[in-house]
Design a protein around this ligand. Structure first.
Ligand SMILES: [Fe+2]
Ligand SMILES: [Fe+2]
Length: 182
């Protein structure tokens, strides 16, 4: 299904790739950006063709991959950053803005998933325009969110996290993926 629909190939987490957890986050961000563009392209063709099979891969991304990535940030990266740079008001503001966006995305994603599950089951969604608006809004939010994380958060983390912090982050991310790192 993945090849048939050109869904961007998923980065594979390994003990080696997670040894550089910030590098792996960057790789996941590049993938999220590709997925976002793919979703936009699918939405562009929405009125002309069915998207039943594509809906299934979107559901998997939204229910599994993205929430896990958000957990990496909320449970490991952001707390570590707050510990190192918590006194800096602009850092605090950026982190709380991104956390807010994670929560808003969760709400939006719930609506999108409900519609996608209907599409995947070949049922009519109650309001196709609402689905389109939610999915387009999500894609737009993602782009802005990714830009902030790539341009501000990851460079700051590279500068300020200690070696022990990086290991803590790597361990948390590995655990969520059923792996272990030293
Ligand atoms: Fe992220
Ligand atoms: Fe994020």
């Amino acid at each position: 299904m993945t090849d048939e629909h050109n869904f961007p190939p998923k980065p594979q987490a390994t003990a080696e790739s997670l040894a550089d957890p910030l590098g792996f986050m960057e790789v996941e961000h590049a993938w999220h950006d590709a997925v976002t563009r793919w979703i936009e392209a699918v939405l562009d063709g929405l009125e002309n063709r069915p998207i039943q099979a594509e809906a299934e891969v979107m559901v998997e991304f939204l229910t599994r991959d993205l929430p896990r990535h958000i957990q990496d940030e909320e449970e490991d990266l952001f707390p570590l950053l707050k510990e190192r740079c918590g006194n800096d008001s602009s850092t605090k503001a950026v982190i709380s803005r991104l956390s807010e966006e994670h929560k808003l995305d969760e709400d939006l994603v719930d609506f999108i998933i409900a519609d996608l599950q209907m599409i995947a089951a070949n049922k009519r969604v109650p309001n196709l325009m609402r689905f389109f608006a939610n999915a387009s809004g999500f894609a737009e939010n993602q782009r802005r969110h990714l830009a902030w994380e790539n341009q501000t958060v990851l460079p700051l983390a590279r500068k300020s996290l200690t070696e022990a912090d990086v290991k803590t982050l790597a361990r948390g991310m590995a655990e969520r993926r059923g792996l272990s790192v030293e």
